[in-house]
Design a protein around this ligand. Structure first.
Ligand code: KIV
Length: 271
């Protein structure tokens, strides 16, 4: 059964929520075990080769969302609103609707109190919103741990409460110190999904290319690698190149043969 927002919210304090990013149909099919597939704007880096997420467009996010939806699996699909797509309430609602029409069950956007009104206008349009606090990749100048001082921690906790009031059904906490992530998780009624924020969050998210060892440009310490797929792919490509050059591939089992009699007739005619 396709997961619902209620299923995810009900998991708080009962069962950890598993989230992986996904941008295409093949990967979404392979990741069907997770509770949520996040069509993240990290697609800009891992799929489109950009330096960061700032060049990702609505058209990109619609295309990736459609691809994930086409996998027709049970995970809840949450799609990122890219930078500049939610600068005012009207744009935020219009663009959220576009992602929902493409197949998302909910949208995600970055920020605290400064986006509270935007979140409210989207949720009032009956579109579920996932929040995102801590390190905000769309605007961050430096990737540093958040919530390291008392003042910073208080602001994060307040922001989490404010956006919960605005109606988010869960909040991603990115690179928040573990103690502060734990406090936020205890103090709000909706699930927190951590990335580099320790074990006490209600769920965890990783960029799928990181956890499979596919993305070589960045290796953040929180992104545990469960495979070294890039190494395996390079080895496979090397074998393919050698076999083609040495005429070992394609072998007889990879070929399609013409009927022998037909072939003989053909040879007589074209000699
Ligand atoms: O875009 C993304 O992949 C994300 C995760 C890092 C949470 O927002």
């Amino acid at each position: 059964m396709h997961k619902t927002i209620k299923n995810i919210v009900d998991m708080k304090r009962k069962e950890k929520i598993t989230v992986l990013t996904g941008y295409d149909s093949t990967m979404a099919t392979l990741c069907e075990e997770v509770d949520v597939i996040l069509v993240g704007d990290s697609a800009g880096m891992v799929m489109l080769g950009y330096e960061n997420t700032s060049s990702v467009t609505m058209d990109d996010m619609i295309r990736f969302t459609t691809a994930v939806k086409n996998a027709k699996k049970n995970s809840l699909i949450v799609s990122d609103l890219p930078i500049n797509s939610y600068q005012n309430e009207k744009d935020a609602v219009t663009n959220s609707l576009k992602l929902i029409e493409a197949g998302a069950d909910a949208v995600k956007l970055e920020g605290g109190r400064e986006v509270a009104k935007i979140i409210k206008s989207i949720t009032e349009s009956k579109i579920p919103v996932m929040g995102h606090l801590g390190l905000l990749p769309q605007t961050a100048v430096k990737y540093t741990v958040q919530g390291k001082t008392k003042e910073d921690a208080i602001k994060l906790i307040e922001d989490a409460k404010i956006i919960t009031e605005s109606g988010v059904f869960s909040i991603v906490l990115e690179m928040v110190s573990s103690q502060v992530a734990k406090l936020i998780t205890e103090k709000i009624s909706v699930p927190t999904i951590g990335i580099g924020s320790g074990k006490d969050c209600d769920g965890q998210v990783l960029v799928v290319h990181d956890m499979l060892g596919l993305f070589e440009k960045l290796k953040p310490k929180f992104a545990k690698r469960y495979l070294s797929l890039s190494e395996e792919i390079r080895n496979a490509v090397k074998s393919y190149v050698v076999e083609v050059k040495d005429e070992k591939f394609p072998a007889i089992e990879n070929e399609f043969q013409m009927d022998e009699t037909e072939y003989n007739k053909l040879r007589k005619e074209i000699v």
